[in-house]
Design a protein around this ligand. Structure first.
Ligand code: GLU
Length: 404
């Protein structure tokens, strides 16, 4: 951000904050608004002095003077940023919204999860409706067994035990039913090409021969996927027929996979199932089955949301309205639960609630209130902007929300 623009923006936010707090502006609120505008971590040091001077100047004005100055600058603050509270969601039914937060069972919840989930929770509170925590565990290879209980406990704590918790692997028959529907509609096919061959077809934008199979042949192949004496892992995969097939511009959309054989024993279902739905199928089905009206998810799910819309279209179902959130980039804080787990196993941390970790378990133990996360999430709102900050600044803001 150029210094001149930056100063003006900081002044606008300082005045806005002062005017909504009896003429007294808080530096951390200005900082959080500026992060929201894309202020980068490496710029904080450079601007810290300027921000505190602006805050001091604003606080030395009386309210009339603040109002006058704000009039000149308020156009700098976008409508969304200028609002207090949550922005409105589109197409809200009279009965309220049905939303979900869908963490995978690969690890416990951390601050990143808390920010996304809090926003959905707040919208359900605002409009009424229902909030689900859906634990996504249809990849038997990517499950951390203690995560089930931890997610349930931590989400319960964060959201006053209001959400209903669901576990996808108990819903397998539902996914199989939908696969049958899709097979009948000839909207999917069982592909037996090796991945090497399929990739070649995809590269050349030519449909693979399996795409032309008749619905009955696909049904027979599907049964062979399900049968113990049928296909082996890797020999067959269920694929979606994308509208433009291999001619889809985005390679990710070219007849993407929906289900595969995986014989890794599942921690909850043991060896009950040999064919597992992939994320896009399980999510698309559950969002329909649960009647999800609005979904808020990370920006990294943009392509997935598009794939799920394609699946919904084939099923003649409506897709939820989807809002995407920008990423939180922490330069000096890793949110990978896999890395945290390894470090815990190596004895670097005492456990998931070690006070140095950014997990919800640790923050709860440190004395944070769930409301601190809600307020932080509300302040950021439905913003697609990525935010870069370091741990210190993030916790400065969270501490501030913890006090209010
Ligand atoms: N379980 C997926 C994830 O955690 C899905 C998220 C979603 O669809 O919102 O990345």
């Amino acid at each position: 951000m150029a210094l001149k623009n930056f100063e003006k923006l900081a002044l606008a936010y300082a005045l806005k904050n002062a005017l909504s707090h009896d003429g007294k502006c808080q530096q951390s609120s200005v900082l959080s608004a500026l992060f929201n505008e894309g202020l980068k971590k490496n710029e904080v040091g450079k601007h810290a002095k300027t921000i505190s001077e602006i805050v001091r100047d604003v606080n030395s004005l009386n309210i009339e003077e603040q109002e006058k100055e704000f009039e000149n600058l308020k156009s700098l603050i976008s409508e969304r940023e200028g609002r207090e509270g949550l922005s409105e969601l589109p197409n809200v039914p009279k009965t309220g919204v049905i939303m979900r937060f869908a963490p995978s069972a690969s690890g416990p919840l951390h601050v990143g999860h808390a920010m996304t989930a809090s926003l959905s929770f707040l919208y359900v509170r605002k409009y009424g409706g229902k909030f689900y925590i859906r634990i996504e565990d249809t990849n038997p290879e990517n499950i951390y067994p203690p995560a089930y209980k931890m997610i349930e406990n931590e989400a319960g704590w964060l959201f006053s035990n209001e959400p209903e918790v669901l576990i996808q692997s108990y819903r397998m028959e539902i996914y199989y039913d939908y696969i049958k529907k899709l097979l009948k509609k000839n909207a999917v096919y069982v592909c037996t090409c090796s991945s090497e061959f399929f990739e070649k077809y995809a590269e050349q934008m030519k449909n693979c021969p399996c795409r032309n199979l008749k619905s009955d042949d696909n049904l027979e192949r599907w049964n062979k996927m399900l049968s113990k004496n049928g296909f082996k892992p890797g020999e067959a995969v269920l694929r979606f027929k994308s509208p433009k097939g291999m001619k889809e511009k985005n390679p990710a959309f070219r007849d993407f996979p929906l289900a595969r054989i995986n014989l890794t024993p599942h921690i909850l279902q043991k060896d009950k199932y040999r064919v597992w739905p992939l994320m896009n199928l399980a999510v698309a089905v559950d969002d329909v089955e649960l009647g999800i009206t609005h979904a808020i998810r990370g920006k990294d799910h943009i392509d997935n949301a598009r794939k799920q819309e394609m699946i919904h279209k084939s099923l003649e179902k409506k897709s939820p309205w989807t809002g995407f959130l920008g990423r939180f980039n922490f330069k000096d804080m890793d949110l990978s639960t896999t890395k945290m787990r390894i470090a815990i196993e190596d004895g670097k941390y005492s456990g998931w609630d070690d006070s140095r970790l950014p997990t919800i378990a640790a923050l709860k133990k440190k004395g944070y209130n769930p409301q601190a996360f809600w307020k932080f999430a509300e302040q950021i709102g439905l913003s697609e902007k990525d935010k870069t900050m370091d741990k210190k600044d993030f916790f400065l803001l969270l501490d501030n929300f913890n006090k209010i």
